[in-house]
Design a protein around this ligand. Structure first.
Ligand code: ZN
Length: 294
């Protein structure tokens, strides 16, 4: 049956498992068979794969691999990598990583892959899944169980994300700011989140869950008085809590109403008046309504 919205792609048998496991690295080949093992009354799927390629350079001394200066030198011990669950069953990949030897510096190094970090036994797919689960209201224990990892791994992943989103310095703020709102997640407070950025560089400074006066007053209290006094102007849409907040927390800031929002408001009011007026004519019954409508 052919449907307009379905895209079908024929997949060769050998690529099938790799596709199923969402392994994008071309240097990894997966064996076509897999094992099922039972450990402590829990069933596991175990896949086997090999990672090998021709390295462009030596990872120890950096010399280019021209005319076989870097040669293959057997395989490292099997690395057991956590995969995403398959049909609710935990899965592992036993990966054989190629070892290389550099003839220039005489040192050995092991093949690397984008699928899993060096010295790590948890695939990046699992880490992304943990990050996605962390956005929901779940306990560490639940997330650990869902992803077949330890609670410590979940906490470590959270801290890794935290460093990317954390504001390190509450003592400075840019001179010009923009306030806006965005629909963030379904469970965010009042359905809307607050976002603010540097008006000159357009760099996002932070996103706050909720945008009521109370939440924002609390949030901006974390910034030092000097940092808030430093702000010269803030661009906002026409939303009363923002105006109150700026008067409260930013003593030297001027309010700049976004031009787009002014025009949007004028349009909206004009339309509202027009509809009201037209309804009056509609009730009167006569030629006026048809004439004016045209
Ligand atoms: Zn070398």
């Amino acid at each position: 049956m052919n449907n307009f919205n379905t895209k079908t792609k024929e997949i060769k048998e050998g690529e099938f498992i790799k596709n199923l496991l969402q392994i994008k690295d071309k240097n990894i080949t997966i064996e076509e068979t897999h094992r099922e093992i039972i450990k402590n009354n829990q069933k596991y799927f175990v896949f086997k794969g090999t990672l090998t390629y021709k390295p462009k350079k030596c990872e120890c001394c950096g010399c280019l691999n021209k005319g076989y200066t870097v040669v293959k030198n057997g395989f490292n011990e099997l690395t057991r990598i956590n995969l995403l669950k398959i049909s609710g069953i935990p899965a592992y990949l036993e990966l054989r990583k190629q070892r290389f030897k550099c003839k220039t510096c005489n040192k050995k190094f092991v093949a690397t892959t984008s699928f899993v970090d060096k010295y790590c036994s948890i695939s990046k797919n699992v880490k992304f899944s943990i990050m996605s689960d962390l956005a929901d209201t779940l306990s560490f224990k639940q997330i650990a169980k869902m992803n077949n990892v330890s609670v410590n791994t979940v906490i470590r992943t959270l801290y890794k994300c935290k460093s990317h989103v954390d504001i390190l310095n509450y003592n400075t703020l840019p001179e010009y700011l923009c306030f806006d709102e965005l629909k963030f997640t379904k469970d965010s407070k009042n359905g809307m989140s607050f976002i603010f950025l540097d008006a000159l560089t357009h760099e996002i400074i932070d996103i706050v869950d909720g945008r009521t006066e109370y939440i924002l007053n609390n949030y901006f209290s974390r910034f030092s008085k000097e940092a808030r006094s430093n702000v010269k102007a803030i661009c906002i849409d026409i939303y009363t809590p923002y105006m109150k907040l700026i008067r409260n927390k930013f003593p030297n800031a001027e309010i700049v109403i976004d031009r787009f929002h002014i025009i949007q408001n004028v349009n909206r009011e004009l339309n509202r008046t027009r509809v009201k007026l037209m309804n009056i004519y509609k009730k009167q019954k006569g030629i006026n309504y048809t004439l004016l409508k045209k």
